[in-house]
Write a protein that binds this ligand. Structure first.
Ligand code: ADP
Length: 510
């Protein structure tokens, strides 16, 4: 893209949506870059545009096609650890949908239709202010949007925690500017757009998740009816090796549906990194010794691993399920098992387990001091204790090799486990930043050697991760790119996203 193409496009954008909603000054561009990247210029967009309506989105798409300017759609752009608001290709213009904030909620069916700018805090306030007995599922850092998080397969802690799985019905501006509604929404006036997923013929909702095939302007989502009870146990485990048998205890309960949320078994650094900074524990830059680990565990009264298991629903059902959980752990060497109990009428439970948005875990970016940040590395594993333990041992050794503090969790899906590894860093420490990049690449290769793939990744590593999905010499990539070329002949929507490149830009693939 030449400067003159860009300035012509910006002129048209200003005419279409108003100069006040087109941002091209250096400060604006910095605001839309990746604040967790050591080098923000690497993915700094050329500009950003913020439309207020679907018609304005379509106008922008028409202009982008005309000038062949790539657009990078974001909802609120708080995808911290994965690139934030920043695009893969730095010549892109960020399409900031944060001004579109309409909420259409149906308390009877427990469904909501949100525009991209609706944040978790916005939707929570809406439910509270209108006294609607529905619970959200929120991610650990709830700064982002309901739609953007679901579109990147974000997760939460309630039975509705697999956010992309709760999507029912989308409105999408295709890269050519055409507007479609998926599922039952394809029938004008249908009352079941948000209640029956399939519609008639092929289902397309998931095609717009983690893809660059369209710009989602409305997203339908199922919300959980407020349960009568939220019960549980907080389990603590003393030794790293306890991971193996704990996984084999929890996984069957998850598979059977006794546990319907996704418990996440994390190590001692999880609390410490949020509540404290590293220099409160040691002045040494080297690996954290056993003495520090012991002190952290003592201060927070936690094990080497901790996991919170919760049961939901009518009190009778939640109690019965919890009894089954207790029975499964009976006689096993747990360090501690603390019961928790909330029943309707009690004061608010107040955590993400009851869908309350929080942002304080963002404090973990401050662990090392300096300008902090983190990047997440999360391969998907079979739900098997021996494999989880083996994964722990290999990745823990890599944390030691690269001199990074071990920060990981194993989150239970219905039939798989996500091993979420956080690399916490200080962007002002160039030596550390060099190790982070090398370590990330080795983690990907290490997982690939075991045939494990990541479920979500940072914009810098999308090609790397996509390349590990190599069956049939990259048959899935070819399929994705065939679809991309058909839907987006000018390659204007999020080129490079998820390793999917439009025809004219395939040479950009890393
Ligand atoms: P959040 O609002 O939770 O901060 P983001 O806006 O950062 O989430 O979105 C996460 C990722 O999902 C973005 O990088 C983008 O690729 C994709 N995305 C977000 N919103 C949309 C949308 N409305 N249409 C298409 N893709 C989107």
């Amino acid at each position: 893209m030449t400067p003159s193409t860009l300035s012509a496009a910006l002129k048209s954008f200003r005419a279409a949506i108003g100069a006040a909603n087109v941002f091209a000054a250096d400060d604006d561009r910095r605001a839309y870059s990746d604040h967790y990247s050591p080098d923000e210029s690497k993915h700094m967009p050329t500009a950003a545009v913020a439309p207020a309506s679907v018609e304005e989105v379509r106008a922008i798409v028409r202009i982008a096609n005309e000038h062949k300017v790539p657009l990078w759609p974001i909802s609120r752009g708080k995808n911290f650890g994965y690139g934030g608001a920043a695009p893969v290709v730095k010549e892109s213009v960020v399409l900031d949908l944060g001004r579109m904030k309409k909420i259409e909620l149906d308390p009877d069916s427990g469904t909501v239709l949100v525009e991209p700018g609706v944040g978790f805090f916005d939707l929570y306030d809406y439910l509270q202010n209108n006294r609607i007995p529905l619970w959200l599922s929120v991610p650990g850092n709830s700064w982002g949007s309901v739609a953007g998080n679901a579109l990147d397969r974000g997760v939460g802690y309630t039975p509705y925690g697999d956010h992309s799985a709760q999507i029912c019905g989308l409105e999408v501006v295709l890269p050519t500017g055409e507007l479609v509604r998926t599922g039952m929404g394809a029938m004008s006036g249908s009352p079941t757009w948000l209640t029956y997923r399939n519609g008639f013929g092929p289902g397309w909702d998931q095609m717009f998740v983690q893809s660059n095939f369209g710009i989602v302007t409305k997203l339908g989502l199922w919300l959980m009816p407020e349960p009568e009870a939220l019960l549980g146990y907080d389990f603590e485990f003393d030794k790293p090796e306890d991971l193996g048998w704990a996984v084999d205890t929890i996984a069957p309960l998850r598979r059977e549906g006794v546990i319907r949320q996704a418990p996440s078994m994390g190590n001692w650094l999880r609390s410490a990194a949020v509540m404290t900074t590293r220099d409160q524990w040691t002045k040494s830059k080297g690996p954290l010794g056993e003495d520090v680990i012991t002190a952290i565990r003592k201060r927070f009264n936690i094990g080497w691993w901790s996991v919170q298991v919760r049961t939901y629903g009518h009190l009778d059902i939640a109690e019965a399920a919890l009894k089954v959980v207790a029975k499964a752990f009976a006689g096993k060497p747990v360090l501690a098992m603390k019961p928790t109990r909330w029943v309707r009428g009690d004061p608010a439970e107040g955590s993400p387990f009851s869908g309350v948005p929080i942002s304080f875990p963002l404090a973990n970016a401050n662990w090392h001091g300096g300008r902090g940040g983190h990047v997440g590395y999360s391969p998907m594993l079979p739900a098997k204790g021996s494999l989880a333990l083996d994964q722990f041992r290999r990745t823990h050794a890599l944390y030691e090799k690269y001199g990074m503090d071990y920060h990981a969790s194993f989150a239970f899906g219905e039939r798989s486990i996500t091993n979420v590894n956080q690399l916490l860093f200080d962007r002002d420490d160039p030596a550390m930043m060099g190790r982070v990049d090398a370590m990330f690449r080795e983690l990907v290769q290490d997982a690939r050697a075991k045939n494990y793939g990541e479920y979500r990744t940072h914009i810098e590593y999308m090609d790397l991760v996509a390349s590990t999905y190599d069956f049939g010499n990259g048959a899935l990539r070819r399929l994705n790119e065939k679809v991309k070329d058909a839907l987006d002949p000018n390659g204007i929507v999020a080129p490079g996203k998820s390793g999917i490149w439009p025809a004219a830009m395939r040479k950009e693939r890393k």
